[in-house]
Write a protein that binds this ligand. Structure first.
Ligand SMILES: [Zn+2]
Length: 225
């Protein structure tokens, strides 16, 4: 309220109000309690041996948007990697099929639907698409818990890529899809000299305790990298 009373702080008040607009449901928790909920969730996700994480983290400073937008590149990469995963984990008696579910966003819903139709017809730059069915389903994230889990993973990845924060990242990165010990499910699109864990692990086999919990059943080349 003190911000509101000072005219010269009007824009700051407006921004502050915007920043806190989404937190109304959580004001009964202290900041430490909120952080511990997020950490607890990330710990649980890290233990989901059945789950595989696919992500494309684009540093827009190093991105050339003349051919496609960052959003379109990320979508094409995810489709390609998920398709490769489904194909590689299928067998002649059991073709694995997958479906993509998105947070509903009017600006991307139509574009991603059109893109997916095009991928079904012509494939992505990297692969034909035979195992991902349908165009993406768009749901209300506030009603759909798995979308919130995907958001949590995105948050952890972003905080790591932008600020180097490892606490949440180390928990959820265990679930990144791997092939022969190399992380193929998560990519950091940035300067080639980047030495972050994602870039390092994308290039060479992984050693270390962090990754012992993860296994990958991918058995064929993922050419999307
Ligand atoms: Zn990196």
């Amino acid at each position: 309220m003190s911000l509101q009373r000072q005219p010269n702080k009007k824009s700051k008040y407006k921004q502050t109000k915007k920043n806190y607009a989404q937190s109304e449901h959580y004001i009964h928790l202290t900041i430490d309690e909120r952080k511990s909920v997020v950490k607890e969730l990330a710990t649980v996700v890290g233990r989901w041996g059945f789950a595989r994480l696919f992500a494309e983290c684009i540093d827009k400073i190093h991105f050339n948007s003349s051919k496609q937008t960052a959003d379109e590149q990320a979508f094409e990469q995810l489709v390609s990697r998920y398709e490769a995963f489904l194909r590689a984990t299928s067998n002649p008696d059991h073709k694995k099929l997958g479906i993509m579910i998105h947070d509903n966003n009017q600006t991307v819903a139509k574009r991603h639907t059109d893109l997916m139709k095009s991928f079904h017809r012509k494939g992505t730059l990297w692969t034909a698409v035979n195992n991902i069915i349908e165009t993406p389903l768009f749901v209300d994230s506030s009603l759909t818990s798995m979308i919130q889990i995907a958001d949590l993973c995105s948050y952890a990845l972003r905080r790591y890529c932008e600020n180097g924060e490892t606490e949440l990242f180390d928990l959820i990165y265990k679930r990144a899809d791997k092939k022969d010990g190399v992380v193929v499910g998560v990519r950091h699109f940035t300067d080639l000299s980047c030495t972050c864990k994602i870039c390092s692990n994308h290039r060479k086999p992984i050693v270390g305790e962090l990754f012992n919990g993860g296994t990958s059943s991918i058995s064929e080349s993922n050419s999307a990298d």
